[in-house]
Design a protein around this ligand. Structure first.
Ligand code: WT7
Length: 655
């Protein structure tokens, strides 16, 4: 609560400039209110109208929303469409020569691809996939670096009705194997390797390792995109090079028309158990919301150059690289590298060179760039910028102010977009030509999004008080289910405790007296490290899977750059290590977690104890561990602890 109140002391307000408002797609508060009112008065009419206006339907839908099987909602179900058709074919007559993607590689080389070229490459690859026997409904795992080919692979799957599941290139072999098994993938699309800060990181070897772990027999094909040219093991006939897959294939491919409810993709994300959740999205509702938010939140115009810095392995990259910008016929920048290579001016240099007008990045990137060069943006010409955005975690007001002043030159509205893998697209965000912004607040819900803050019984809390963030009505781009686990979907997002009626986001939030939303952070055992979601249970299971470890508990701790850092409390099977031995074991365990999940999950600190503090009923006292991790004075009652001296042991962090 102290946390909530401190953010509410923020009282700076930044209204959009008159000039911005005048040109904005949704212009002025009255326009926003009219849309919100339309949604309230005729919910289905509102969404139906938008779906008809923004999507090209092969067969129109007759029913907007079917709520009969709560919470497994169906939107536009008897309508038929194709996501790739909506992103590519629709521009062929109107703007075939417009650049769709400006791709900048790690080494600075630039490749541009027009809508027409992208269309043909997607069609060719789609035909290649069909020739391999991949068909509608099949799951295809994509494990690629940031490359135009990643977008082509996703679009080609969508074109033939195959369901893609993209795994972030930073995830480990083990994560790849788990996702192949859970999704029942029949094919994998990967690359030899990827380039980051001038260094090569192998990808294909991780896929080989995943296969060696077993359970991947359903995979009949591995398609290999050559990125680095390093030697890799090609296991013929299973493994085939991308170029051989597309060779001699026609460059047109009739799209597979699917129901609006046909799954477009599965994307795995962390929850509060050890097993990641396969978030399943639909085609129609998802495409609709990606288009709407490009137009509403990003105010996308034909002349804009849009840049979302996320990786396609996260939902942000799906919605705001692979689908949304293309469906709107925008020109977008895509970047292979990292913001700090060759130096911390890389983003600013790229904005200058490509004349980026809309820039969308994460608070963690902003914080690290402030640290590495708060004045650096001033050395570049950033006058092309007209709108800035953030996503992934609450942005601290100081970082917001710097973004506003130094990057936006006090001209550009900032859209702080709150959403989740499960929501598919933005939910609560300022509309840039409407809502006066406050640093650190994601402000107001989009029209049609019935967001609220409630208490543990599901009742609305008064403005100015904190509670659980919920969405009271379904929305078109929402998660449909957890792949293969509908019960978990229901229990995680529509828990009986809250009456089972509202979508529970898993975030704590507060509304101020103006009705603005302030996100406080997760209410479950989920961490947000550099904008990436990590389950504490997942890291704990990874740790205890190591033969040295008897028991482990993982908590988060505030971190200047990353937002949250991972702290692991570990009990070894042998004696508690000290000195250099402790350092060595800590390194072994960190590397182990890197292999089990991926480098982003490596604990910053490991604290060894002979035991973990537990309640009488044997539950680990996580709140106490969080206090210890933060170095706080311990105020909790520890009188029931069996051996209080372990608290002293746990105060010692091995880095
Ligand atoms: C969680 C979702 C949505 C794409 C990136 C992350 C946090 C996200 C904000 C924001 C405060 C935010 C929430 C949310 N979050 N955006 N603008 N302000 N918090 O997707 O991995 O599914 O994580 O990220 O805690 O629940 P994700």
């Amino acid at each position: 609560m102290a946390n909530i109140e401190s953010v509410l002391q923020e009282n700076r307000v930044f209204p959009p400039s008159e000039e911005f408002v005048k040109k904005a797609t949704i212009s002025g508060m009255a326009a926003y209110e009219a849309l919100a009112k339309e949604a309230e008065q005729d919910f289905e009419g509102f969404w139906g109208r938008l779906a008809r206006e923004h999507i090209l339907w092969h067969k129109p839908f007759s029913q907007v929303l079917n709520e009969s099987n709560h919470p497994f909602y169906k939107w536009f179900e008897d309508g038929q469409l194709n996501a790739s058709y909506n992103c590519l074919d629709r521009h062929l007559k109107t703007q075939p020569k417009k650049v769709a993607i400006i791709f900048e590689a790690d080494d600075g080389s630039v490749t541009k691809i027009t809508y027409e070229q992208l269309y043909h490459r997607v069609c060719q690859f789609a035909n290649g996939l069909k020739k391999l026997g991949i068909k509608k409904g099949d799951r295809v795992l994509i494990y690629l670096p940031m490359a135009i080919e990643a977008v082509i692979a996703m679009q080609a799957c969508a074109r033939i009705g195959a369901i893609h599941s993209v795994v972030f290139g930073g995830f480990s072999a083990k994560s790849v194997q788990e996702r192949i098994v859970d999704a029942g993938a029949v094919a994998v699309i990967t690359a030899d390797g990827q380039m980051r800060s001038g260094k090569e990181i192998p990808l294909k070897p991780a896929v080989d390792e995943a296969f060696a772990m077993g359970g991947c027999d359903a995979v009949k094909h591995v398609v290999l995109y050559k990125r680095t040219g390093s030697p890799i093991h090609v296991h013929a006939p299973r493994d085939v090079w991308w170029d051989d897959v597309v060779r001699d294939e026609p460059d047109v491919c009739e799209p597979e028309w699917v129901s609006a409810e046909h799954p477009l993709f599965i994307l795995y994300t962390s929850g509060s158990t050890g097993k990641p959740k396969g978030v399943q999205h639909s085609t129609g509702g998802y495409v609709l919301h990606s288009i709407l938010t490009m137009k509403w939140t990003f105010d996308i115009k034909p002349t804009d150059v849009f840049w979302c810095t996320a990786d396609v392995g996260w939902v942000t990259g799906h919605t705001y690289i692979s689908y949304g910008p293309l469906a709107c016929g925008a020109t977008e920048v895509m970047f292979e590298g990292v913001p700090t290579y060759p130096d911390a001016g890389r983003f600013w240099h790229m904005i200058q060179e490509h004349k980026v007008s809309i820039f969308y990045t994460a608070p963690t990137a902003i914080r690290s760039l402030i640290k590495l060069g708060a004045d650096l943006p001033k050395k570049y010409n950033l006058s092309s910028l007209r709108l800035l955005g953030t996503v992934g975690e609450p942005i601290n007001p100081e970082a917001w102010m710097w973004y506003h002043r130094v990057v936006g030159n006090e001209r550009c509205p900032i859209v702080d977009t709150w959403w989740q893998t499960e929501t598919g697209a933005h939910m609560i965000t300022p509309l840039p030509g409407v809502v006066p912004t406050k640093p650190g607040s994601c402000t107001l819900p989009l029209p049609g999004i019935m967001a609220a803050v409630v208490d543990e019984t599901g009742g609305d809390v008064e403005k100015g008080k904190g509670g659980f963030l919920v969405i009271k009505r379904p929305w078109p781009s929402m998660i449909r289910t957890i792949w293969g686990d509908p019960e978990r979907f229901k229990n995680s997002y529509y828990p009986a405790e809250l009456g089972g009626k509202y979508y529970l986001a898993g975030d704590g939030a507060n509304r101020d007296l103006d009705g603005y939303f302030w996100i406080v952070g997760r209410i479950d055992d989920v961490l947000n490290v550099s904008g990436h979601r990590l389950g504490t249970m997942e890291i704990e299971s990874a740790l205890v899977a190591n033969p040295l470890v008897a028991e482990a508990a993982v908590v988060g701790k505030p971190h200047d750059i990353k937002g949250e850092a991972v702290v692991a409390f570990v009990v070894l099977k042998g004696a508690r290590p000290a000195g250099d031995a402790a350092k060595e074991v800590a390194k072994t365990l960190r590397d182990w977690v890197g292999q089990e999940i991926g480098p982003i999950a490596k604990p910053d600190e490991i604290r060894f104890g002979e035991n973990l503090p537990k309640t009488r009923s044997g539950k680990i006292m996580r709140r106490l561990l969080r206090s210890i991790a933060k170095g706080e004075e311990i105020k909790q009652d520890v009188s029931t602890l069996e051996n209080p001296h372990i608290l002293d042991q746990l105060k010692e962090a091995v880095k």
